[in-house]
Design a protein around this ligand. Structure first.
Ligand code: SAM
Length: 174
């Protein structure tokens, strides 16, 4: 079960476009200092993975949403990139390789809301780690809305190809 089908997948990039070099640098540094390859859990449309692959890093991706993966593949092809992408649930990972760095940006990990499923997902991920490898899971904090975490900024409206106008607000520190 995934929320990332149809409209949610279609408009994902309009809401979560990657303009944040800091975020990319953060993951790039960890990947570069780990054994290769790396694996992104919940790769989605490739918001993080594709720019990292463009930097010459070897990153593979897994996601349970065929729609998100289709977008990722299309964007990769347009950039002449050929990352390995797998349609699988994290809780049921069945990959042959092991990875030096397995990571989950944004809110992917918190979408595994069932405790037993989360434990199963952790077990599957640890099985896929190379000896000495790192599993890094990003999670949102419930007090994210506190003022010290920045102000809401209204971004320029985005008009999609089919004429839908998207109004996006995003949290920034300045
Ligand atoms: C918030 S998006 C993050 C996408 C990408 N990592 C990013 O930073 O833009 C969450 C992604 O995780 C995927 N996902 C959620 N739960 C999953 C699960 N249990 N197994 C595999 N993928 C999952 C969704 O399909 C979606 O593409």
């Amino acid at each position: 079960m995934t929320f990332y089908t149809n409209l949610a997948a279609q408009y994902y990039d309009a809401f979560f476009e990657c303009t944040d070099e800091q975020e990319l640098n953060f993951w790039a540094q960890h990947i570069a200092s780990s054994a290769s390859p790396a694996l992104e859990l919940g790769v989605g449309t490739g918001r993080i993975l594709l720019p990292l692959v463009e930097r010459g890093l070897t990153v593979e991706g897994v996601d349970c949403s065929a729609t998100m993966l289709a977008q990722c593949r299309a964007k990769a092809a347009a950039r002449n990139l050929h990352p390995h992408l797998y349609e699988q649930y994290i809780e049921q990972l069945q990959l042959e390789k092991q990875y030096g760095f397995i990571f989950s940006p944004l809110g992917t990990w918190q979408q595994i809301a069932d405790r037993a499923a989360a434990q199963q997902a952790l077990t599957r991920c640890c099985e896929r780690l190379l000896p000495g490898g790192t599993l890094m899971l990003y999670t949102f904090l419930p007090w994210y809305n506190a003022p010290e975490f920045g102000q809401w900024h209204v971004l320029p409206e985005v008009t999609t190809a089919d004429g839908i106008v998207l109004h996006v607000e995003k949290k920034r520190n300045s």
